[in-house]
Design a protein. Structure first.
Length: 375
C-alpha cells in the first residue's frame, strides 16, 4: 500500500510540474515572474524582406556559408499574414497591417476595408515629433512603402500615391519612381518642384547616390529617386540600398531629440519569387543580410534602438530539395505568386521581448506602438 501511495505521489508531482511548465510557456511574456521589462526605445527600425519566407531565408543562409545576421537577433516570433478578404495577402494589405494595425482588403494602401484612411505609425510618429523615413529597392510609391505614407483604395494608383508625399513632413525617403513625381499622366504637377518648395533637398538617378549624399544638409528633409521607374536588381548593377539606408539612419538620428521611425524594404526578394528565379532571390537576400549586419551593429552601439525584421508574405512557394548540399542547392517553386505560409519575425534591442509568440500581422503595429510607450 505504501509503495502504491509513493508511486501515486510521484506521478501527481510530475503531472503538476508539467502543468506548471506548460502554463509558464503559455503565459504572456510580460506577465511571467521571470520577465524583466526593458526601457522604451527612442528609435524603431522596421526591416521588411518582401516575399521572404523560410525557404528564402534558408537558401540565402546556406549560400552564405550557413551563416546569416538573422542569427544575431535575440527574439523571434511568427505572424499570420492573411488579409481581410483573402487567405493569401498581397504586399499592400500586408504592409497596411504593419503600418496601421488593421486587416484590410487585397490591394488596399493605408485604408480600411471600407476604404476609409487609417493613420499609420509613420504619420503618428510625425505628430509626436519623431523624425521619419522610408527606403526601398522598389519605387517609393510601391505597395509596401506607400502603406506607411499614403491612403488609396488601389495600390497601382501610383501618381495619387506620389501626391500623398506632399501631405506629410517625412524627413528622408529613397526609392525609385521619379516619373510619378515629375512626368505625370494624370495632371501637369511637378511634385519634385513642390517638394523643393517645402524645403526638401531632392536628387534623382541622374546623380549617383554617393555624390548626392555629400550635399545632404545636417538638418532638414531629403528625398532621392533612384530610378525613373523601378530600380534594377542587384545582379544588374543596383548599388544604393545599403548606403542609402545607413545614410538615412544617421541622418534621422540628428533630426529630433525625440527619436525616429524608419521602414526599410528589400523589395526585390519578392520579385525573384514571382520570377521563380532562385539566384535573383538569393542575391537580394545576401545584400539584405549585409545591411542587417550593419544596422544591428549601429543599433547595439546606439543602445536606444529597437530593430524589427519580418516579411509581408512568402512568394513562390520556394523550397530546398533533398538532393541539395550546402555547396549545391537544388530548389523548386510551387507558385508564381504569394503563398499563405506563416512568416518569421525577428527583434533586437529595447522592448524586443514584445515580439515573441504567434500572432496576427496587425500585432507588429501594436507591438511597435507599445514599445514606443504610446497610449
Amino acid at each position: 500500500m505504501k509503495s502504491y501511495l509513493l508511486i501515486l505521489s510521484v506521478l501527481l508531482f510530475c503531472f503538476a510540474c508539467k502543468t506548471q511548465k506548460n502554463n509558464h510557456l503559455q503565459t504572456p511574456i510580460e506577465s511571467r515572474k521571470d520577465f524583466s521589462p526593458t526601457k522604451n526605445p527612442k528609435n524603431i527600425i522596421l526591416l521588411i524582406g518582401d516575399g521572404m519566407g523560410m525557404g528564402q531565408i534558408s537558401a540565402g543562409t546556406y549560400r552564405n556559408n550557413d551563416k546569416s545576421n538573422l542569427e544575431r537577433f535575440e527574439v523571434t516570433g511568427i505572424h499570420k499574414p492573411r488579409c481581410y478578404d483573402k487567405l493569401i495577402t498581397d504586399s499592400a494589405a500586408g504592409a497596411t497591417a504593419f503600418a496601421c494595425g488593421e486587416k484590410t482588403y487585397y490591394h488596399a494602401v493605408g485604408v480600411d476595408k471600407d476604404t476609409l484612411p487609417l493613420q499609420s505609425i509613420l504619420e503618428e510618429a510625425e505628430l509626436k515629433n519623431l523624425a521619419t523615413g522610408l527606403v526601398a529597392t522598389s519605387t517609393i510609391v510601391h505597395a509596401t512603402p506607400a502603406s506607411f505614407i499614403a491612403h488609396n483604395k488601389y495600390r497601382k494608383n501610383y501618381e495619387e500615391i506620389a501626391a500623398d508625399f506632399l501631405k506629410t513632413d517625412i524627413e528622408y525617403f529613397v526609392g525609385g519612381g521619379n516619373k510619378y513625381f515629375e512626368r505625370r499622366d494624370t495632371d501637369d504637377r511637378n511634385l519634385i518642384e513642390e517638394l523643393k518648395a517645402k524645403d526638401y533637398h531632392m536628387g534623382n538617378y541622374l546623380t549617383d547616390f554617393v555624390d548626392f549624399k555629400k550635399s545632404i544638409p545636417t538638418k532638414g528633409k531629403v528625398g532621392f529617386l533612384t530610378a525613373d521607374d523601378s530600380p534594377l536588381p542587384i545582379l544588374s548593377g543596383r548599388d544604393y540600398f545599403i548606403d542609402a539606408s545607413m545614410t538615412g539612419i544617421n541622418f534621422l538620428k540628428k533630426q529630433s531629440d525625440d527619436g525616429f521611425f524608419i521602414m526599410i524594404e528589400s523589395s526585390q526578394i519578392d520579385w525573384g519569387g514571382h520570377s521563380n528565379d532562385a539566384e535573383y532571390i538569393i542575391s537580394e537576400f545576401l545584400e539584405f543580410n549585409k545591411l542587417i549586419g550593419k544596422i544591428l551593429d549601429w543599433a547595439e552601439k546606439d543602445g536606444e534602438t529597437l530593430v524589427v525584421l519580418t516579411a509581408d508574405h512568402e512568394t513562390g512557394g520556394f523550397t530546398i530539395q533533398s538532393e541539395s548540399t550546402i555547396d549545391s542547392l537544388v530548389t523548386v517553386f510551387t507558385s508564381g505568386n504569394h503563398t499563405g505560409d506563416f512568416i518569421p519575425v525577428f527583434a533586437n534591442g529595447p522592448k524586443s521581448e514584445l515580439f515573441t509568440g504567434l500572432y496576427e500581422n496587425t500585432e507588429i503595429y501594436h507591438k511597435m506602438r507599445k514599445a514606443f510607450g504610446w497610449k
